[in-house]
Write a protein that binds this ligand. Structure first.
Ligand code: ATP
Ligand code: MG
Length: 766
């Protein structure tokens, strides 16, 4: 037996076609695992062992010496899944598992691209830009091209370019029909400029990883042939969520040997909004004539009730192949469907149910809370933090999200004007036209006078040190902060926060943003404001946040997982909580508005994915009242609840809220009934804490700062008539002294207001 390529490696020692990986497999699973040559599709429902089949098949390939580990390419959907598969294979075939090319599309393409970077004009040490860097670059580009970023935001362009890349289109291949109307039809041109700019920077974005490899394969036949002869067996998990670029990349690699095994489930295609094409899996048999298709029908994950309920929901979709699924497992417990008064009650009951499971010996790692939209985690996280229940968020914790940090920075700065970190975060967010030079002036002055940045900004705004535009921007900003400072204790915190974010232009910034993540960020901001309703003062709220953020419980008992339904694909847990099943939240109104019937079907697939993550217990809930987009709304239970057959669920309407009978609630009712329950003693009454500024607490002996300035430089006893020197305006005579401000008649520049610390006496000049 000979192996293609890589002569430096030793082939596997044992010939073990009956290895442990085959034990316990059912007949069709075994068939998939042992059909090693030619195209193979495993198309089947959730929990039927598709991922397990891939792992076993990998072991089988190595053990039967069909392929050496380095001949195998295995693509998983997440890096976590890749790690798990690697661990399993290490157990099955030993250290040779390290040689398998195993990972996500991105990680594998990145590895390949490092080897051939020069062929697309890059060096092998190219940088992979994150989305922030990418946006910064696009903003510069729009600026250089004099395209109004308000009308045509950089994020929107990022989305369009990402779409081209998902479809495998290099700039020259974008047809006018696909160019969209961005900047009056300039998207393709801007895409070209952006790619050129990336090249100069020796950088790529995520979409480039595959796109560049496609280009290399298309233009360098020898390289493609080399990969084909080396990677003789290819396997792909979650094939239903591949996009066009991934599809083309796989086709190029598999053409010739055609040893391509794809597994997936059309009912779990949930990334259509990100370019996934469920058509890829549906077309497999015609793309690869002679392909063998294996269907797995036995579900090994979930109890009978869970599986039947999930199957009933997904059967409402019209665009699907349809499958039979059964389990030999017991019927198990009915799915619990509960209605609550509002989100707080839902979060409270959810956490006490988890505490109950813990008392019964449950492992927290086996419990997940899956939500439709990111903003939904806030109430649940706060409840977990309040009762000290250890949890982890897959993705970013609510209060750590960028837009929440920005909003909090405004509130912190108003509450405590010496909060320099907050100042830095927001001084140019949204853009106020302050360049690096102006910002440096502020830092400089703050350092030399040992004042907070906000005070330094105020002083500069009142002088002629800066360009007129920057001066005006600073003056406006300082005035706004001062105005809000006066107002902060006169309004309820939530109302106040709304006003600040609106007046600051922060809400507007996200409203103008047409990128796919902007609506989610706006939802998060609304959720923040809703959270503030439970507090009497701004200080009390800020205190609460600094305490909860500090209170990360960690424990040996594991952690509850909190994540979106999208992030839960492929995973499994004993108990799964699915809160927020209300029309508008789930199915998401946005999805329905934008994609109509197809949007609804994708939402329903998400419901199917959610329910089928559970092995033993499912808890679905909805509330009668929900604050959505800042307004209390009486909500209607999700249509997906009505699609759950009665024989598989038990209703738990502790609050007398029957299914479909949620009573509308008057706004006036809310205050009385909701009040401030559930946050444990004293949450709304926390004493205001004065954050002392580090700058204020270091007023001892003057020391030179990092730039070698003496902090008290400039603190002269200036008097009218003194001759002084200013870096920008030159020599002049003091006309007026007003504390730290001077009016100086400069010999050349005329009469100017300047800040005292920017002026030196002639004898100090070096
Ligand atoms: P999903 O569609 O959610 O990705 P899947 O089809 O990939 O699911 P797996 O995750 O591979 O399913 O398997 C689901 C569960 O069933 C796992 O815990 C797995 O170990 C178990 N399982 C799979 N096949 C068998 C089998 N033949 N005997 C016992 N357990 C099995
Ligand atoms: Mg799987």
């Amino acid at each position: 037996m000979s192996y293609p390529a890589d002569p430096n490696q030793t082939p596997p020692a044992a010939h073990a076609p009956q290895g442990p990986w085959l034990q316990g497999l059912n007949a069709p699973q075994r068939e998939a695992v042992t059909s090693l040559d030619g195209p193979l599709l495993v198309l089947s429902g959730a929990g039927t062992g598709k991922t397990r089949v891939l792992t076993a098949r990998l072991a089988q390939l190595v053990a039967t010496r069909k392929a050496a580990p380095w001949n195998i390419l295995a693509v998983t959907f997440t890096n976590k899944a890749a790690r798990e598969m690697k661990a399993r294979i290490l157990q099955l075939v030993g250290p040779m598992a390290e040689q398998v090319m195993l990972g996500t599309f991105h990680s594998i393409a990145a590895r390949m691209l490092r080897r051939h970077a020069e062929l697309v004009g890059l060096k092998s040490d190219f940088t992979i830009l994150d989305s922030d860097d990418q946006l910064r670059l696009l903003k510069q580009l729009l600026d250089a091209e004099q395209i109004d970023p308000k009308r045509w935001p950089a994020r929107m362009l990022a989305g369009i370019i990402g779409g081209f890349k998902d479809r495998g289109l290099v700039p020259a291949k974008v047809t006018p029909a696909e160019a969209s109307d961005f900047a009056n039809g300039r998207a393709a041109e801007l895409y070209g400029l952006y790619q050129a700019r990336l090249k100069t920077l020796n950088a790529v974005d995520f979409g480039d990883l595959l796109l560049h490899m496609l280009t290399i394969f298309r233009e360098h036949d020898d390289i493609l042939r080399d990969y084909r002869s080396r990677l003789t067996y290819i396997m792909v998990d979650e094939y239903q969520d591949t996009n066009v670029a991934q599809y083309l990349w796989l086709r190029l690699l598999a053409d010739g040997h055609q040893n391509l095994c794809c597994v997936g489930d059309d009912d779990q295609s949930i990334y259509g909004w990100r370019g996934a094409e469920v058509g890829n899996i549906l077309r497999f048999e015609s793309d690869y004539p002679g392909a063998k298709t294996v269907r797995l029908e036995e579900n090994y994950r979930s109890t009978g009730h869970i599986l039947s309920a999930a199957s009933a929901v997904i059967s409402h979709n019209e665009q699907r192949l349809g499958k039979t699924l059964y389990t030999s497992d017991a019927q198990g417990e009915l799915l619990r469907v509960s209605g609550y008064w509002d989100g707080q009650e839902e979060a409270r009951t959810l956490s006490s149910t988890i505490e109950g499971l813990m008392r019964d010996g449950a492992d927290l790692n086996q419990i997940a809370v899956l939500v439709r939209a990111g903003f939904q985690t806030r109430e649940i996280e706060e409840r977990f933090l309040a009762i000290g229940l250890p949890y982890k968020v897959v993705g970013t914790r609510f209060y750590e999200r960028a837009e929440i940090r920005d909003a909090m920075a405004y509130l912190r700065l108003i509450n405590q004007p010496a909060d320099d970190l907050a100042f830095e975060r927001i001084i140019n967010t949204p853009k106020r036209g302050l360049g690096t030079a102006s910002l440096q002036q502020i830092y400089h002055l703050a350092r030399s006078t040992q004042t907070p940045l906000l005070a330094a900004a105020g002083a500069l705004a009142d002088s002629d040190e800066l360009r007129a535009q920057a001066r005006r921007a600073l003056a406006d900003f300082c005035q706004q902060i001062a105005g809000w400072y006066q107002q902060k204790d006169t309004l309820p915190p939530s109302e106040f926060a709304q006003i600040v974010l609106d007046e600051a232009g922060y809400t507007g910034m996200w409203q103008a943003d047409k990128s796919p993540d902007a609506p989610g960020r706006l939802e998060n901001l609304k959720e923040l404001i809703a959270a503030m309703e439970n507090f009497d003062t701004l200080g009390g709220f800020l205190e609460h946040i600094s305490l909860v953020m500090d209170n990360e419980a960690s424990s040996d008992e594991g952690e509850v997982s909190l994540m979106t339904l999208h992030a839960a694909k492929g995973l499994e847990f004993d108990s799964v909580f699915l809160p927020g099943w209300e029309e508008g939240v789930f199915p998401s109104q946005r999805s329905l508005d934008e994609n109509g019937g197809a949007g609804l079907e994708e939402e329903r697939r998400l419901a199917y994915v959610g329910i089928t993550r559970a092995r033993k217990k499912v808890y679905i809930s909805f509330t009668a009242n929900r604050r959505i987009h800042g307004l209390w709304q009486s909500s209607i239970p999700s249509r997906f609840i009505a699609e759950l057959p009665a024989e598989h669920i038990e209703e738990d309407m502790a609050q007398g809220l029957g299914l479909g009978r949620a009573e509308p609630v008057m706004l006036g009712d809310i205050g009385g009934r909701v009040g401030k329950p559930g946050y444990g003693p004293g949450w709304g009454r926390m004493a205001e804490r004065q954050i002392s500024s580090p700058r204020n607490s270091h007023t001892d002996a003057p020391q030179r700062d990092r730039d070698g300035w003496l902090p008290d430089k400039g603190r002269h006893n200036f008097e009218k008539g003194m001759r002084v020197f200013h870096q920008k305006f030159g020599m002049g005579s003091i006309e007026l002294v007003d504390a730290d401000k001077l009016e100086i008649a400069f010999d050349k520049a005329g009469l100017k207001k300047v800040v005292a610390s920017f002026v030196t006496l002639p004898e100090e000049m070096d």
